[in-house]
Design a protein around this ligand. Structure first.
Ligand SMILES: Cc1cc2nc3c(=O)[nH]c(=O)nc-3n(C[C@H](O)[C@H](O)[C@H](O)COP(=O)(O)O)c2cc1C
Length: 220
């Protein structure tokens, strides 16, 4: 058995990283070094995956790194913007027919409209946009696996003083033929999510959380 003893000091450092993590959405132009990006990817690769769903295959996850000023980024940003436009129109049409959606979908609809006009935040607005592709299987739990992966990447980025935010518009792109062709994957074969990574322009304030005892119920 491996020796899994973790020192108190390491555990305190880990708490510090967890509490320091936040969504960074504005970045300096400076590109973080390739080694740091690889370290972040390694952290994502070590996150749990649904082994049974993908028949224990070792190649269950891929990472595609797109730098800000690349030709591919221009193409991808345009595809994502057009997708946001389409989704915005579809959602507005659905909201007209569905009173529940009309109320609950307001804020998401505004965000989609913004992306449709200005482009998707995180795609072309950070030094790197990283797409993570998780092989689909049965049961279909690839998005859950991706969430674990992105969280590991986020914490590792934080430990390197690198800013990070999720680009969840990526989850809508897994069937898009043009997007998948650029990434070099088959449309529909993978679930997708993504993140934007770079040095923070400024550190955003901590978002608040309730105290543990306010959200915890201990059973007798
Ligand atoms: C499922 C999920 C999707 C998210 N999608 C986005 C996103 O597309 N863009 C973004 O900037 N932040 C996204 N976030 C980040 C949240 O907005 C953020 O975690 C929350 O506001 C708390 O702020 P903090 O991360 O600084 O603690 C997402 C978070 C989750 C859990």
């Amino acid at each position: 058995m491996n020796d899994l003893k973790i020192s108190k000091e390491c555990s305190d450092t880990f708490d510090n990283i967890i509490e320091t993590r936040r969504s960074v959405r504005f970045f300096k132009d400076e590109m973080p070094p390739k080694e740091s990006i690889e370290d972040i990817i390694k952290a994502g690769l070590f996150a749990p995956y649904a082994a049974q769903a993908v028949n224990e295959s070792e190649y269950f996850r891929k990472f595609i790194v797109i730098p800000k000023n690349s030709e591919k980024m221009k193409e991808i940003a345009e595809i994502a913007k057009n997708k946001a436009k389409l989704m915005s129109e579809q959602l507005k049409a659905q909201m007209e027919k569905n009173p529940y959606l009309k109320e609950k979908g307001k804020s998401f609809s505004k965000r989609l409209e913004l992306f449709a006009n200005k482009g998707v935040l995180g795609i072309g607005t950070a030094p790197y946009y990283i797409v993570v592709a998780e092989k689909k299987g049965f049961p279909p739990v690839e998005q859950q696996s991706l969430a674990h992966c992105l969280q590991n990447m986020w914490l590792k980025a934080t430990s390197l003083d690198i800013g990070f935010h999720i680009v969840s518009a990526t989850t809508q792109m897994g069937e898009d033929e043009d997007f998948c062709e650029i990434l070099g994957i088959n449309p529909g074969e993978f679930g997708l999510n993504g993140c934007a990574v770079g040095y923070p322009k400024e550190i955003p304030p901590k978002t608040s959380r309730p105290a543990v005892d306010e959200v915890t119920k201990w059973m007798d």
